[in-house]
Ligand binder design. Structure first.
Ligand code: ZN
Length: 292
């Protein structure tokens, strides 16, 4: 029996090299049926489709140009100025830098089987996040102050790909990606981010710190969040601080994997080492995706 269609195809244009290519997305009306939140990392993941066509829309989340490897989660990067929606501002110097960096991206792209396939293979999904990080870092380097939000993007690419790796049973790769995420979140903390993106980055820095064995850093983040509440009455800040306190108090549940003999993680099998987190104790509503 043919299941109800849950995704759609769209053709978009790479602003770096002008190649047109197809992409596949989850229908917005279907989001809540499939999207779930990893409360601990504060990133989404997806439950399996009933017809087995895919298991996780994180695999398709990144738009990747099959020609030059420019990649982003944000379709505004693939709209021309003539399009009806406002394109994301990338001035000509940023575009020039992205063109200059094409060979580096193509090296990564050459390792993929079929980056525009639906669904992507796990390996290609991981490569798509690699390419998105490469693209973001070029954008960030082109203009650090105006593009400081890219640090947060890179961090979240790394955390989502960690989730992809973990779901595929690649725990070593997941840990490696979490460490990358930790470094980018440190950059995001130091960048001049404003509002809920800043709070979310701090929360994630604390969480990933715990999961990668950087407790001292997490404790520092917690106290700086507490200090911020003295002068910043934002509800978002209070919400993230509550979650941060909660996971800090329960940090034993989220320790990094140890050698196999040491593992005695509650309610998880030997590959998961207690870092799975669908069942954390947060009483908060999942935060909607809010990358700019
Ligand atoms: Zn391109």
């Amino acid at each position: 029996m043919c299941a109800k269609k849950i995704h759609y195809e769209n053709e978009i244009t790479c602003r770096v090299c002008k190649t047109k290519f197809p992409t596949f997305r989850l229908l917005p009306s279907q989001s809540r049926n499939f999207e779930r939140f990893d409360e601990f990392l504060d990133v989404p993941f997806y439950k399996e489709s009933p017809d087995g066509t895919f298991s996780n829309f994180l695999y398709q989340r990144i738009y990747v140009c099959p020609e030059c490897g420019f990649a982003s989660e944000d379709d505004r990067h693939f709209k021309d100025v003539s399009d009806y929606v406002t394109p994301l501002k990338m001035d000509s110097s940023t575009l020039d830098l992205l063109r200059e960096a094409t060979e580096t991206r193509k090296e990564t792209l050459s390792r993929s089987d079929n980056i525009i396939a639906f669904p992507r293979s796990t390996g290609d999904a991981l490569l798509s996040y690699d390419l998105a990080i490469l693209s973001s870092s070029t954008i960030y380097e082109s203009e650090r102050r105006r593009m400081s939000g890219e640090t947060f993007r890179m961090a979240n690419y790394a955390l989502r790909s960690a989730r992809v790796a973990r779901d595929a049973g690649m725990e070593d790769e997941a840990q490696h990606l979490m460490k990358r995420g930790f470094d980018y979140l440190g950059d995001a903390r130091d960048a001049d981010l404003k509002g809920s993106i800043r709070y979310r980055a701090l929360y994630q820095l604390l969480a990933v710190g715990i999961a990668t064995g950087n407790d001292r850093s997490s404790l520092e983040v917690l106290s700086s969040m507490r200090q911020m509440t003295q002068t910043d009455p934002s509800n978002d800040l209070v919400k993230y601080l509550k979650r941060a306190q909660n996971i800090w108090e329960n940090r034993d549940l989220y320790l990094p994997p140890q050698s196999e003999e040491d593992i005695a993680a509650p309610d998880s099998d030997e590959n998961e080492s207690g870092s799975e987190s669908e069942s954390t104790h947060s009483e908060e509503e999942p935060q909607a995706e809010s990358t700019s």
